[in-house]
Design a protein. Structure first.
Length: 518
């Protein structure tokens, strides 16, 4: 218990000035016995947070800060300004300083609310689902507008007498691409035993709605599903609940047959179990002459099956014809970051000015059907002894991270931890193999190489935008029986690609990069 006098308390402001809580109430609350913070109880928090409460109000003292009074005033003023923008806190939340001979103690007072980790024990599934929906509305709005995230622990949210939901934690955190959100869903699957499959299905619909409304990118739904899969499931009922959640998350009115399933995508590769040779191609980048040359060469080699490791579009001038050629090829195609950008119109992340220009141009060239085809491509293919994706095994988004000299070790570690001996990837545009043996990790640039090692990361190079000094179309052929991979480089009618880039007024720097292999 602390007992400051009213003249020791300086109110800095409330989020809504008309609902500001006065000094008398603050003094009364601080005269109460300090609350013990304990996980699962009504009052929870960090060890550095001191909490006092009566039947109407709760006061938090932020004892982790050691400010002079003038610094405390400045800090609180900035916090009030930001919290008004966030609009997730109770409007009566009032910030103040307790002035002592050692400086200023930062504190706030809010009305007593009922935290959700207490509410869920008695609330019906329908009512609690409404609360979770309100959390999603706040959570994704904050993520979109401020690139931050709320702490999704149920104890960080509470309702007032009318059932309106507010955020309790004084802090927001850096946005982490749905990692924490997915983990919180896995936790709820274990915790919310009152939810039946219908409730989980409805919750999945709500998540899907908020992701699409705020990010306009269905790939984040796939990322969320894949991360939830990693969560622990204790029994068959929880497994059924998770399946109901996944089904509603993935739902589309015109869903095509190659959209991602809850199991590894084995159905993507026809006859892969009976054909020894498999083409491995990547990063076509809308270069039709290069793709035609590769497909003709594969036909000469008698290879009918293959995987495409993403980035069908981007950089080059032939997005529509390259998509159509791959549809007709029967090859299994994985989504790359350029494919996703063109499908969704979102190129704000990880794209240079030149790359964004081509994304915007490509969007205008493609039919709605081709953009939908790109959007619904799976992010990976998993077989018994190999994984195929565009980016890197450690990347939860599947197509943004690179495998290169600074990251290969972590990616090889990831493969070993998951029991995957081989990973085919694109994105780097470099025909290389990083591999692990008993004597250490190594790099190979050999034209033919065995992938029979503890772990291997193999990139076939780029069909349409090589980073070699000699512009050629690059691809690889993998022998399932011997585990050998053979890298190929062939010339193609590059002049036509360059002519078309000029005809469509592509930036001169981009044309130069095609020529130089940059």
């Amino acid at each position: 218990m602390i007992q400051p006098c009213s003249h020791d308390i300086e109110i800095i402001g409330a989020l809504d000035v008309e609902q500001q809580i006065n000094v008398k109430h603050i003094v009364d609350v601080l005269s109460q016995k300090e609350e013990n913070l304990k996980h699962g109880e009504k009052f929870t928090g960090r060890p550095s947070t001191r909490i006092f409460a009566n039947e109407h109000y709760i006061v938090k003292l932020k004892s982790e800060f050691n400010f002079k009074v003038v610094e405390a005033r400045r800090w609180i003023s900035k916090t009030i300004e930001q919290e008004r923008i966030y609009a997730v806190y109770h409007p009566a939340k009032t910030w103040f300083v307790i002035i002592t001979d050692k400086g200023g103690i930062i504190a706030n007072i809010t009305p007593i609310l009922e935290p959700l980790h207490i509410t869920y024990e008695t609330a019906s599934s329908a009512i609690f689902l409404d609360y979770l929906s309100s959390i999603n509305e706040h959570y994704f709005s904050i993520a979109r507008q401020h690139d931050k995230r709320l702490d999704l622990g149920l104890s960080n949210f509470a309702i007032d007498d009318t059932g309106k939901l507010f955020y309790l934690d004084d802090d927001l955190y850096h946005w982490d691409d749905f990692t924490t959100f997915s983990a919180s869903i896995s936790h709820l699957l274990l915790k919310l035993n009152q939810f039946d499959e219908a409730a989980w299905s409805k919750y999945g619909e709500n998540i899907r709605k908020h992701i699409l409304n705020n990010f306009n990118d269905s790939h984040w739904i796939v990322v969320t599903i894949e991360q939830i899969k990693d969560g622990f499931i204790a029994n068959e009922q929880q497994q059924r609940s998770r399946q109901a959640l996944f089904k509603s998350l993935r739902y589309q009115k015109n869903q095509v047959t190659h959209s991602i399933d809850t199991n590894p995508v084995k159905s993507q590769i026809p006859n892969i179990e009976t054909d020894d040779l498999m083409a491995v191609i990547a990063d076509i980048h809308s270069n039709e002459p290069a793709l035609v040359a590769v497909l003709e060469k594969l036909d000469q080699l008698g290879i009918k099956n293959g995987i495409v490791l993403g980035d069908i579009v981007g950089y080059g001038p032939h997005p529509d014809t390259c998509i159509q050629l791959l549809i007709e090829s029967g090859f299994s195609v994985i989504k790359g970051n350029h494919d996703n950008a063109v499908a969704t119109g979102n190129s704000s992340r990880g794209f240079s000015h030149l790359a964004r220009w081509v994304v915007d141009w490509s969007i205008e060239q493609l039919s709605r059907q081709h953009k939908e085809w790109l959007e619904q491509l799976p992010p990976y293919i998993r077989q018994d002894n190999w994984l195929a994706l565009h980016g890197a095994p450690i990347d939860k988004t599947f197509f943004n991270a690179y495998v290169y000299k600074m990251t290969y070790e972590d990616n090889l570690n990831n493969l070993e931890e998951r029991g995957i001996p081989i990973c085919f990837h694109g994105h780097s545009h470099l025909s290389t193999v990083y591999y692990r043996t008993r004597t250490g990790d190594k790099l190979s640039n050999d034209s033919t190489f065995s992938l029979n090692h503890q772990a291997s990361l193999a990139c076939p190079g780029s069909v349409g935008k090589t980073r070699s000094q000699v512009p050629q179309a690059e691809f690889a052929v993998f022998n399932r029986k011997t585990l050998d991979i053979k890298f190929h480089k062939i010339f193609y009618k590059m002049a036509r690609t360059l002519d078309d880039m000029e005809r469509f007024n592509f930036p001169e720097k981009l044309i130069e990069r095609f020529l130089s292999g940059m």
